[in-house]
Design a protein around this ligand. Structure first.
Ligand code: FAD
Ligand code: MG
Length: 397
């Protein structure tokens, strides 16, 4: 089984690396020669003491370092490693004068593994699983990080008027989209799952830092926001270790760290919702920003010519069907981008655009089924359309 996963990983890595080339003009997949540079100085190891060890479990599938000499573009070496964790492909690229040490990547993958063991509702020992198991029974004490993440989740549940809802777990499990069990449920099953969804029934006790779901069979699902939270945590690790330029990619959540050396901005490709993994509609030039995308292309199945994708509307019980094929949020923190990408997708183009314009700390891009690209004013001088099948509209009038 593990061998099967590893083979799958290697083949998907090839695809993923191709996809990554859009993150940066001179990014990980540039034509520069890649070395497995055992003789490159790894000065950053000095940032670690001998007793700091990060034991990444053996079942975490990961690559070795790839090092690209980018001296004629950014003047740096680009060290990258990839892994498959939290159900997605992860790539971390560090721009530095020296090769980033393996221990640094150990720390990153170890950190992600710890979050996975805390947040995954599919891991029996996770904190989220405990909360779900104790639904209707008793409150569960949680760690500081999960406490904070749940607060973010509830904030976006509130902002979206419940169109984003962290108690959507029973409906997500029922549809099983993205798993081998994906199917169209009966309307009775959908009604029953919907009756369990209501973020108002998440009771927080600040004094004891406990979380309680008031009804049996309620389930938290933080899949729509957790990747962003984890990306922010990885950025903190990178900065803490003294690196000032990096790209974090957690399966489409891209977080740029610092300013690209010798350049004003990072060039990040925006995925074409009608294309393959490496097709883009255009490029966004960003500095120290997160870009998170959600869309109908990520996890779906097709039956009778209808696409059933994984972003569900808690009020209908079905995958959200509106004008939107994809949405991207540009924000400082990735947790905001992740929460909003799912929230605004379900809110739809008009309400989503109005909300985006009401906030001056985020920018949003919407791509509709009829190939129109709408975006908030702040992206006007940052977005370059490269795909002529799309109509570059700009702000929604
Ligand atoms: P987003 O749009 O950000 O989120 C969509 C997801 O949010 C849906 O899949 C659903 O879970 C949930 N959702 C749907 N509708 C709503 C709504 N209206 N309100 C709130 N939430 C909604 N996947 C695996 O296949 N295997 C794994 O082992 C696995 N482990 C994971 C562990 C962790 C800790 C996390 C966070 C995710 C894991 N995943 C796993 C899920 C996988 O990575 C998801 O694809 C991802 O979380 C969804 O993010 P997205 O960017 O694709 O879409
Ligand atoms: Mg999201």
């Amino acid at each position: 089984m593990k061998r099967k996963i590893a083979i799958l990983f290697v083949s998907v890595l090839l695809l993923f690396t191709a996809c990554q080339s859009q993150e940066s003009e001179t990014g990980d997949n540039s034509t520069d020669e890649a070395n497995t540079s055992t003789d490159v100085v790894t000065e950053a190891t000095m940032a670690y003491t001998d007793d700091e060890n990060f034991d990444v479990p053996a079942d975490v599938v990961r690559s070795e370092s790839t090092v690209i000499d980018d001296s004629n573009k950014t003047g740096r070496l680009i060290t990258s490693q990839e892994s498959y964790q939290i159900g997605t492909y992860i790539k971390i690229s560090i721009y530095d004068d020296y090769q980033a040490p393996d221990k640094f990547f150990d720390e990153i993958f170890y950190t992600i593994d710890n979050y996975e063991k805390m947040i995954s509702k599919n891991i029996v020992t996770s904190e989220v699983d405990k909360i779900n198991e104790m639904a209707g029974v008793e409150p569960v004490a949680v760690s500081d990080d999960l406490w904070e993440l749940i607060q973010y989740g509830l904030e976006y549940s509130e902002i979206s008027g419940g169109k984003f809802d962290i108690t959507i777990g029973p409906l997500v499990d029922l549809w099983g989209i993205g798993t081998d069990e994906a199917h169209i449920p009966t309307s009775d099953e959908i009604q029953e799952a919907m009756s369990l969804i209501d973020y108002h029934n998440v009771v927080l006790d600040e004094t004891n830092q406990t979380v309680y779901l008031t009804h049996e069979d309620m389930k938290l699902d933080l899949g729509a926001i957790a990747k962003g939270y984890i990306a922010d945590a990885i950025k903190a690790v990178i900065l803490n270790r003294g690196f000032d330029a990096a790209i974090i990619n957690l399966g489409g959540n891209v977080l740029t760290v610092g300013t690209k050396p010798n350049s004003d901005s990072w060039a990040v490709g925006v995925r074409d919702p009608n294309g393959g993994q490496s097709d883009i509609v255009g490029i966004l030039n960003l500095k120290d920003n997160s870009i998170v995308s959600s869309g109908v292309y990520e996890r779906f199945f097709i039956e009778d010519n209808v696409r059933y994708h994984h972003i569900l509307n808690p009020y209908t019980g079905y995958p959200e069907q509106n004008d939107l094929a994809a949405i991207s949020i540009i924000s400082e923190k990735s947790v905001d981008g992740d929460g909003l990408s799912t929230s605004l997708f379900v809110m739809g183009l008009e309400d989503g655009f109005a909300y985006a314009q009401s906030r001056d700390d985020i920018e949003v891009m919407f791509i509709t089924y009829d190939n129109k690209i709408y975006y908030t004013d702040g992206l006007e001088d940052k977005f370059i359309l490269t795909n002529t099948l799309y109509d570059n509209v700009g702000a929604l009038e």
